[in-house]
Write a protein that binds this ligand. Structure first.
Ligand code: KG4
Ligand code: ZN
Length: 341
């Protein structure tokens, strides 16, 4: 089977982005089309799963056609269809899955189910030709905060979870804090912008580091700290400066991410770090990680912001390896709300 430069169609519908992309040889992005539902969910202050599914259903066929058109690729040119199988909102994942299965069946092409978090990690390959395992990945998204070790094995890439959040994911904490501060959804980009005008040392929120040596995370304490601070100020009729709170919250989160990553690098000895997932679009986090890595002689690989937040190019990239290994799924492939790495 032809795999050099193989054309993979990726489909991603696990949350509130309907996305399709075509990559050649896994790493060359020929098209990357994303229809965001942010405006739809904004009025509710968060993603409403049922509404997300309906919008995926309405958008997905047009988005897939657009991805092929932009890539200048016909249906018969495709070598495989890769699709996010989970973790995610199961009704939303199902729409992408049904679309991919329909295409794979009608076109007689292989179907490859992709783990969403593996796809986020693979996003780093898209613009960094020189990146190869072994490396450490810090995945920071709306649903996950994980430290993952990526190594190359005989059967392809192996991933090992070193640590994960025990409560809120970091993106979730950003979104909740944004709501308390009266900012829009999604909160991450709003806090990113607002924090630039604030003092990160204005309020000291507790950095939760858990047991000595642990690579797990906990962000619920920082989130609750912000909520308590805002409520206390309001109750006492005292003014508070939202930009200062945003900057102080962000500083606390980044300090924890920085410290856990330092520890993971020390424990594993890796000299390459991938920062990925929606929160990796955060300007202060990117700057801090770069500074940390420069000081530790570690090379940092961060995707461009468009490949940090949900997209289908990363799904096609992750699907490429499975395609090369002949690791295909059949039409019984399920959608998963939770899925181990
Ligand atoms: O990876 P992603 O697009 O979806 C999931 O897999 O969850 O991540 C979405 C999360 C949201 O919580 C959003 O607020 C956050 O990423 N995010 C950011 C920024 N852009 C997106 N957080 C902080 N700063 C940003 N610039
Ligand atoms: Zn994601």
């Amino acid at each position: 089977m032809r795999s050099e430069g193989a054309l993979i169609l990726g489909i991603e519908t696990s949350c509130d982005e309907t996305a399709a992309a075509v990559t050649a040889g896994g790493r060359t992005v020929l098209s990357n089309v994303i229809a965001s539902q942010i405006d739809v969910h904004k009025v509710f202050g968060g993603v409403v799963p049922e509404i997300a599914s309906r919008h995926h259903l309405e958008a997905v066929n047009g988005i897939v056609s657009e991805a092929l058109a932009q890539a200048g690729v016909g249906w018969d040119d495709l070598d495989a269809i890769a699709v996010t199988k989970g973790p995610g909102l199961v009704g939303a994942v199902l729409i992408g899955l049904a679309t991919a299965k329909g295409l794979a069946f009608a076109l007689g092409k292989p179907l490859v189910g992709v783990h969403h978090i593996r796809a986020h990690i693979c996003a780093a390959y898209l613009e960094h030709e020189q990146l190869a395992p072994p490396f450490l990945a810090l995945v920071v998204s709306g649903g996950h905060t994980s430290l993952v070790e990526v190594t190359a094995g005989a059967a392809g890439t192996q991933v090992r979870l070193l640590g994960a959040t025990r409560d809120d994911a970091v993106g979730e904490a950003y979104d909740k804090v944004a709501r308390v501060l009266g900012l829009g959804y999604p909160g991450g980009p709003e806090i990113d912008t607002l924090a630039k005008r604030g003092d990160p040392a204005a309020v000291s929120f507790k950095r939760t580091l858990l047991e000595d040596g642990s690579l797990d995370f906990s962000f619920s304490g920082i989130k609750t700290g912000v909520m308590n601070y805002v409520h206390t100020q309001k109750q006492a009729d005292k003014p508070f400066h939202a930009a200062d709170v945003a900057a102080s919250f962000q500083q606390a989160v980044i300090d924890v991410l920085s410290e856990k990553t330092r520890l993971a690098l020390e424990q594993t000895g890796h000299r390459r770090l991938v920062l990925c997932g929606g929160v990796a679009a955060n300007s202060a986090l990117r700057a801090r990680m770069q500074k940390d890595c420069d000081g530790r002689d570690v090379t940092l690989f961060v995707p461009s912001p468009v490949y940090c937040t949900d997209n289908a190019a990363m799904v096609a990239c992750a699907g490429y390896e499975a395609f090369q290994n002949g690791d295909f799924d059949n039409l019984e492939l399920d959608a998963y709300a939770q899925l181990a790495l």
